[in-house]
Write a protein that binds this ligand. Structure first.
Ligand SMILES: [Zn+2]
Length: 59
């Protein structure tokens, strides 16, 4: 399987709804977590965004 076919296969998985979500913390949440530790951790976890690593769609 060459690179292009591999890429196509991954995109097919996304098209079928099988995304590969990754957690991304917002900068505001990280700053608040440091400044208002430990209470700011609540803010950090509420400012998290899940996005697919392949196509970047929110999931
Ligand atoms: Zn995807």
């Amino acid at each position: 399987m060459d690179g292009k076919a591999y890429q196509q296969n991954l995109m097919n998985m996304c098209a079928a709804g099988q995304h590969d979500p990754t957690k991304k913390y917002g900068i505001c949440g990280i700053i608040t977590a440091i400044v208002c530790f430990p209470c700011g951790l609540i803010c950090l976890f509420s400012d998290v965004e899940k996005r697919c690593v392949r196509c970047g769609v929110k999931c």
